[in-house]
Design a protein around this ligand. Structure first.
Ligand code: ZN
Length: 125
C-alpha cells in the first residue's frame, strides 16, 4: 500500500473516531438528563428504563468500534495496516474502504465468526 493510501485511511479512521466520541458524549448527556428528570407514572419509568438500556447497549457497541479504530490506527503507525492479523495476507482495499478498521482478511474474519458462533451456546439449537 502506498503511503498516501495509509494517510487516507488514517484520516478516515480519525474522522470515524471523532464521530463516535461525539455520539458517546451525547448519549452520556441523554442518560444524565433522563435520570434527573425522572418522575411520573410507572409507564414513564419503564419506558425510560428501556431507553437507557438501549443507550447503554449502543454505548458498549460504540466502545468496541472505538477499540477497533484505535487498533487500526496503531497498525497504520507500525506499517501493518492492510495486512491480516491472522494469516498476514493482504486485506482487499475494497474491504478496507467499507470497513476501515478491519484487521482480518475476509477469509479469517469468516473463520473467526464461525469459531465464535460455535463457542457461544446462544447460537446452538
Ligand atoms: Zn487472513
Amino acid at each position: 500500500m502506498k503511503s498516501q493510501e495509509f494517510e487516507d485511511f488514517r484520516k478516515l479512521l480519525l474522522k470515524k473516531r471523532a464521530l463516535l466520541l461525539k455520539t458517546d458524549e451525547n448519549i452520556d448527556r441523554e442518560i444524565k438528563r433522563d435520570l434527573e428528570g425522572r418522575h411520573g407514572d410507572e409507564v414513564d419509568i419503564a419506558e425510560s428504563a428501556y431507553e437507557q438500556e438501549m443507550a447503554y447497549l449502543f454505548k458498549s457497541r460504540g466502545k468496541d468500534e472505538l477499540r477497533l479504530i484505535e487498533e487500526a490506527i496503531k497498525r497504520i503507525d507500525h506499517g501493518e495496516y492492510g495486512t491480516c492479523a491472522e494469516c498476514e495476507g493482504k486485506i482487499a482495499k475494497k474491504r478496507l474502504s467499507a470497513q476501515p478498521y478491519s484487521i482480518l482478511c475476509v477469509h479469517c474474519q469468516e473463520e473467526s465468526e464461525k469459531t465464535q458462533a460455535g463457542e457461544n451456546p446462544a447460537f446452538k439449537s
